[in-house]
Design a protein around this ligand. Structure first.
Ligand code: AMP
Ligand code: MG
Length: 333
């Protein structure tokens, strides 16, 4: 199978990062941090997750570049010694040889590529930071791009129930090879189970998912679109690329991400892994205009606006309604 070595390395890397994220969320996200809106737990886990994934990829594919969400500049500031030490401690639990601060900062900096080379990885070490801080859903999202095309995607969802009801599910897809769900916490599961989108053909039967955060997706517009499509079920609000996972495994049939600001550009690490998982599970992913996502412009999806992912057959109808509702919105304002 194509990309077999990349898939194996990716599974190992995402599992190691997810173990640290789960442990930090359990230990450091408390009623007190929630009340104080203290973001430090996610900051520690975010940097540790990126360091671990970059370290694993350095071992397996030393020449590959990575476009990560995080840079080490903040951690290098003298005032951040406490944060830096906390990150190094978390990373040391997953990397042999008691790595020091310079090694850890070096791994984080491996994620500083700009996405202009033919082949590179992209990583969101914790997608859905707000969900993480609420003790809810988040994802470790890793994608591999070649010549502007996503070839491999992995979505670690440490809080999402799996098929057996165990908490944590890991999805991966190779272009042309289908999408599979793997045990999140069992390194021995290298086979996984196929996942498939829902088979509904009437958009009115859909359950749609969207961001919990109204600042990330226009929920009023999504509600108008749902009404127009004949959807009566409440929106399924869930943080992170768990939305793509939900469409891929038929927990939902539509993911709407409606732009809230004209100048916002979606980030490649927020969509590369999720997109290929849905596509390989049989679904479709475009932007709100019905255009394919164009990964050929570095760190952002410069040419796209918002996201629409569906189980497939309903996609054209959903886009038609999205365009009509957005057009009407523009006339009103
Ligand atoms: P979600 O969990 O779906 O709410 O998405 C989280 C992601 O939203 C973060 O990783 C950010 O990169 C991204 N984000 C931040 N601001 C915006 C915005 N104004 N519109 C869309 N996405 C955003
Ligand atoms: Mg993100």
């Amino acid at each position: 199978m194509a990309y077999e070595a990349e898939l194996a390395a990716g599974l190992e890397a995402v599992r190691a990062a997810a173990r640290v994220c789960r442990s930090v969320q359990r230990r450091l996200v408390t009623a007190e941090t929630l009340e104080k809106r203290d973001k430090s737990p996610v900051t520690v886990a975010d940097f540790a997750s990126q360091a671990i994934v970059c370290q694993r990829l350095e071992v397996a594919f030393g020449d590959d570049l990575l476009v990560g969400e995080e840079g080490s500049a903040e951690l290098r500031e003298g005032a951040q010694a406490g944060l830096r030490d906390a990150v190094v401690r978390e990373v040391a639990g997953e990397v042999a040889g008691a790595p020091g601060a310079e090694s850890v900062l070096g791994w984080i900096d491996r994620g500083a590529a700009d996405g202009t080379t033919a082949r590179y990885w992209t990583l969101d070490p914790i997608d859905g930071t707000k969900g993480f801080l609420r003790g809810e859903q988040y994802a470790v999202a890793l994608g591999l791009l070649e010549d502007g095309e996503v070839k491999l995607g992995l979505l670690g969802c440490p809080n999402l129930p799996d098929e057996q009801g165990v908490t944590g599910a890991l999805f991966a897809a190779v272009r042309g090879g289908g999408a599979r769900a793997y045990a999140m916490w069992d390194d021995g599961d290298s086979a996984g189970q196929p996942v498939r989108v829902s088979d509904i053909t009437d958009p009115g039967d859909a359950r749609f998912c969207e961001s919990v955060e109204s600042g990330h997706s226009n929920q009023d517009e999504a509600a108008r679109i749902a009404r127009e499509l004949g959807i009566t079920r409440e929106p399924f609000r869930i943080d992170s690329q768990c939305k793509y996972a939900s469409v891929a495994r038929a927990d939902a049939s539509i993911y709407l991400r409606m732009p809230t600001r004209a100048d916002y550009r979606e980030k490649i690490w927020d969509h590369a892994a999720g997109m290929i998982v849905v596509q390989e599970a049989g679904g479709r992913v475009t932007d709100v205009n019905g255009d394919e996502l164009d990964f050929g412009h570095g760190r952002t999806l410069e040419r796209n606006r918002g996201i629409v992912a569906t189980c497939g057959p309903i996609h054209d109808r959903v886009i038609e309604v999205v365009r009509a509702v957005r057009g009407a919105g523009r006339e009103r304002s």
